[in-house]
Design a protein around this ligand. Structure first.
Ligand code: GLP
Length: 243
């Protein structure tokens, strides 16, 4: 088993700063790097920090390529709750990354297998992900890889669990509007990243963090697979720290 770096920050803002340090380090060494990005509330302080750091001239996104973890099935890119729109509003519209260098799974894909295969191929053609950002769901999901009987290898379609739909309903007008399915990078896609940075905040995540990093590795707790990745940095706030 590999060693997981655990960094405990005072609060969510500091989690954002420490995560930004990790991305800044990769961008400085490799200005044309490939970054894997995530949605959810937890990465927002990080995205604000990255925007500020580019404005301050510390980092430069002009040569960066990005691949997002997931997207809701059935939502158009400009839907207010789509992950594409989330990324535009919270990061891409405020940095110098080229639009053609950002990919998010196509929520409206008709040929799902072809879209998923093309997504994998694009990442491969770029040379793989240098640093992948992850959050975590209350059931241990990463991207939208929900608990299941085996670790999914590639980008694929998933049914969302009631717990995940419930957790994400805060962004929609009602639970009925939360999509029942999504497209997500597989666990294999995530594990192929050369470096992984996970951000976690809030006492409600402490239990699942403990299970993920100190419990058995099992697809029933998808994030537990990270114990087998050689370069994971977990940045959590004091409330989420499972120690
Ligand atoms: C969604 C996303 C995940 C994210 C999770 C937690 O399910 N697909 O990638 O990690 O939400 O989000 P939050 O950070 O808002 O708790």
């Amino acid at each position: 088993m590999y060693h997981v770096n655990i960094v405990v920050a005072k609060n969510p803002a500091e989690v954002g700063k420490l995560a930004a340090d990790q991305f800044e380090a990769v961008l400085r060494v490799k200005p044309a790097c490939v970054i894997g990005l995530a949605t959810g509330s937890t990465p927002l302080p990080l995205y604000r920090e990255l925007i500020e750091r580019e404005k301050a001239g510390r980092i430069d996104f002009r040569r960066v390529r990005s691949a997002n973890l997931d997207e809701y099935k059935g939502l158009a890119p400009d839907h207010p709750q789509s992950y594409r729109r989330f990324m535009q509003e919270n990061l891409f519209d405020h940095i110098s990354i080229k639009p053609e260098n950002t990919i998010v799974p196509d929520g409206l894909a008709q040929d799902v297998d072809a879209m998923c295969a093309a997504y994998e191929k694009q990442i491969e053609d770029w040379g793989g992900v240098d640093v992948q950002l992850l959050g975590i769901g209350h059931d241990g999901h990463i991207g939208f890889n929900e608990p299941c009987d085996s670790f999914p290898r590639m980008t694929h379609e998933v049914e969302l669990t009631d717990m995940t739909r419930e957790a994400n309903k805060r962004f929609f007008d009602s639970i009925d509007e939360v999509p029942t399915a999504a497209f997500t990078m597989g666990i294999g896609t995530v594990m192929a990243a050369r470096k992984i940075v996970m951000v976690v905040t809030g006492a409600d995540k402490a239990g699942i963090l403990r299970q993920s990093f100190f419990g058995p590795v099992t697809p029933q707790v998808p994030a537990s697979v990270l114990q087998f990745h050689p370069d994971v940095t977990l940045i959590c706030d004091e409330a989420a720290f499972p120690g």
